[in-house]
Design a binder for this molecule. Structure first.
Ligand code: DGY
Length: 323
């Protein structure tokens, strides 16, 4: 009997989502759900692995790839793959897969919810009630900013950006976007208007970043950029923390250069509870849960399983990252 391929899963994931893999591979898994696999363990496992089922917190770099002689596929449980050195993987003939499409609507829902929570001060207001601070109804109690009929500026008009724009049409918002290339479908179907980054910053009430982390987008949101926004602007980030200079953002929020921020992602995750951004009342912070609904996370796990199984069986994966 021929030996089954060896697959290592870097986190505990729902067992039932692994059915396609179980049929064809010997599976080993890190047993923790919330604690990432230690780097040393990952390196040891990679030495034996034909396939790796990875998370965005696992660094798949040259060092790992150089010590993984049998590795054929790395499948990431995320649409983003900035944790993987794609060029190095491609050079070694390792196929890289991600999980687009299945998470688009769920991530767009969360992004819009974060925008609404920040604009309407939902978290602050809910805490106010729970902490027993609510004494009386008052004309301007927890008064936030309107969302309907305002201008949303979406940076990164891919699948998730378009799904956020679709939600914005339901709020009669004026939709601007900035992207590497024009998205004519979003223009035709959603009335989105392609503008320069500068115009988007100047005209938007809500600036929503959904651009992937690349060399071009790293530290895109600097102090200078925040100073170009309206003083009433609210910044939402649901892509990657490293697109923002967090010190510049903190200052902009403290000094009233912009009015609020809703952040699902941070440069360092998990962000320290001591981080100065978390002390600000005008910040809503979430623990990177963009695609985190039960349904979607299970679908993502199933897609990762099928992608690994396909590659290991010599078939085409459903969703491959092109170098
Ligand atoms: C992704 O898929 O890249 C998300 O950030 C994970 O929730």
């Amino acid at each position: 009997m021929t030996k089954k391929p060896y697959v290592f899963i870097t986190r505990k994931v729902p067992d039932e989502t692994l059915a396609p893999l179980k049929e064809i591979a010997e599976i080993h898994s890190w047993t923790e759900e919330e604690i990432p696999v230690p780097r040393e363990t990952l390196l040891e496992e990679a030495k034996k692995a034909d396939g790796l089922f990875t998370m965005l917190s696992d660094k798949i770099d040259t060092k790992l790839l150089d010590h993984a002689p049998n590795l054929k596929v790395v499948a990431n449980l995320a649409v983003g793959y900035d944790n993987i050195d794609i060029a190095a993987a491609t050079e070694k003939g390792v196929v890289v897969c991600n999980t687009p499409d299945v998470l688009t609507d769920t991530t767009a829902d969360l992004t819009f919810a974060l925008l609404m929570a920040t604009a309407r001060r939902i978290v602050e207001a809910a805490d106010y009630v729970k902490e027993g601070k609510w004494q009386n109804w008052a004309p301007l109690l927890m008064a936030g900013s309107d969302i309907h009929h305002k201008t949303i500026g979406i940076v990164g008009m891919g699948r998730i950006g378009s799904a956020v724009a679709k939600r914005a049409t339901g709020f009669d918002m004026n939709i601007l976007y900035y992207n590497r290339s024009r998205n004519e479908t979003a223009e035709k179907q959603l009335g989105a208007k392609y503008v320069s980054f500068h115009t988007l910053l100047e005209q938007s009430d809500y600036i929503v970043c959904l651009a992937p982390l690349t060399k071009e987008t790293e530290n895109l949101f600097t102090s200078e950029v925040f100073h170009k926004m309206k003083r009433s602007a609210i910044f939402i980030n649901a892509s990657r923390g490293a697109v923002v200079d967090e010190t510049a953002l903190q200052r902009a929020l403290e000094e009233g250069v912009i009015s609020g921020a809703g952040l699902d992602v941070f440069k360092e995750e998990p962000i320290s509870s001591e981080h100065p951004l978390l002390r600000l009342k005008n910040v809503v912070a979430l623990p990177h849960i963009g695609s985190s609904s039960m349904e979607t996370r299970k679908e993502m796990c199933e897609l990762v399983s099928r992608n690994i199984a396909n590659v290991l069986c010599g078939k085409k994966p459903e969703t491959v990252v092109e170098a």
